[in-house]
Design a protein around this ligand. Structure first.
Ligand code: HEC
Ligand SMILES: [Cu+2]
Length: 335
């Protein structure tokens, strides 16, 4: 590699690293927005400063030793410290004491992040699927996908499990990362402290589209959360007579879609995300695509082209463009 190309490589790397930090809510654990994230962040900060102090001390001693005991012409070798009892006791005890300072807050944080929550906490079950997330609000009898709405300031208890392989739920500014294991439920609990749209993702390799298994946690004000839940609990919108959306509903009802998707009163599939209110979501396909006409159409035409390995295979025989447009109109009407 020439010198200029090496410099260029470093500049590109730097630009990428810096742009990774941009944006309103980057996936950073260093900007906690919940008590859970706050606890892990303070633990990190505490241990970071302990480590920094040890580093400085060790480096200072090293430099002092290098300078003081360096080889000089005609000078006898320095006396070894071997067998110096006091010194040996000191350097055995000091690390033990430092480890206590690390262990106490660590164990405390393990307990505070173990999923204990007050009895009135909002209970949500998170189920990982290849490659999307299902969210069930246990007390509200409400199920949604990929976008988890939560009320600000309220305690939430999240039970995490999986329908297939091991995934890991992680919304860095709020909580996680905690494994989603089939046949087992792991818990986290937190209280989000500010309204916002926080991104997250699966954090355990789970197959070809692992990197395309993202999620959003939308922390709403109390009233906005209430309104959202109310709307989700309602029946799906009925498309107006003779509209493209009504035509779309007819196409949906006679296509393979019904075998995999739930739309209340229309179909009862359980393999893919529920679509009863799919029009109210901002993204589709595990948070990787915006929920707009172009992306919905491309997705319905050929999902695996947008998301390698997607379990929503290409429809056979392929749907016509007109059918796809009608399906898109129908799905968008499902607010
Ligand atoms: C074999 C089962 C299967 C069939 C048939 C199927 N889908 Fe899907 N669908 C899925 C799965 C699984 C996902 C989630 C894929 C992912 O995100 O990786 C999905 C995702 C979607 C999404 C995105 C939802 C979201 O919120 O992310 C839409 C919209 C959708 N399907 C519409 C349709 C339509 C319309 C049809 C019929 C033309 C259809 N699907 C047929 C399994 C299926
Ligand atoms: Cu994964």
């Amino acid at each position: 590699m020439t010198d200029t190309s090496r410099v260029r490589l470093w500049l590109v790397t730097l630009a990428l690293a810096l742009s990774g930090c941009a944006g309103p809510f980057p996936q950073s654990t260093l900007r906690p927005r919940s008590d859970f994230a706050q606890a892990t962040d303070s633990l990190f900060t505490d241990i970071f400063w302990w480590a920094a102090a040890v580093f400085v001390l060790v480096e200072v001693l090293l430099v002092v030793a290098l300078v003081r005991f360096r080889h000089r012409e005609g000078r006898p070798a320095p006396k070894p410290a071997h067998g110096h009892t006091l010194l040996e006791i000191a350097w055995t005890l000091a690390p033990a004491v430092i480890l206590v300072f690390v262990a106490v807050p660590t164990v405390r944080t393990i307990f505070t992040s173990s999923g204990e929550a007050p009895a009135d906490a909002l209970k949500v079950e998170v189920i990982g699927h290849q490659w999307w997330w299902e969210f069930r609000y246990l007390d509200l009898a409400l199920t949604t996908a990929n976008e988890l709405h939560l009320p600000v300031g309220k305690p939430v208890r999240i039970g995490i499990t999986s329908a297939d392989v091991i995934h890991s739920f992680w919304a860095p500014l709020l909580g996680g990362k905690r494994d989603a294991i089939p046949g087992q439920t792991n818990y986290i609990a937190f209280r989000a402290d500010s309204v916002g749209d926080y991104s997250g993702q699966c954090a355990e390799f789970c197959g070809v589209s692992h990197a395309n298994m993202r999620l959003r946690v939308i922390v709403d004000s109390d009233t906005a959360f209430g309104a959202w839940a109310q709307a989700q609990l309602g029946p799906p919108a009925t498309p107006p007579k003779a509209s493209p959306a009504e035509q779309g509903r007819a196409i949906y009802a006679r296509s393979a879609c019904i075998g995999c998707h739930l739309i209340q009163g229309v179909s009862a599939g359980v393999i893919g995300p529920g679509l009863t209110h799919v029009g109210s979501r901002t993204t589709i396909a595990g948070g990787i695509l915006p929920n707009d006409s172009a992306h919905l159409a491309a997705w319905i035409a050929d999902a695996p082209a947008l998301k390698p390995g997607s379990l929503m295979m290409r429809m056979k025989p392929p749907l016509s463009d007109a059918d796809i447009a009608a399906l898109v109109a129908y799905l968008q009407s499902l607010k």
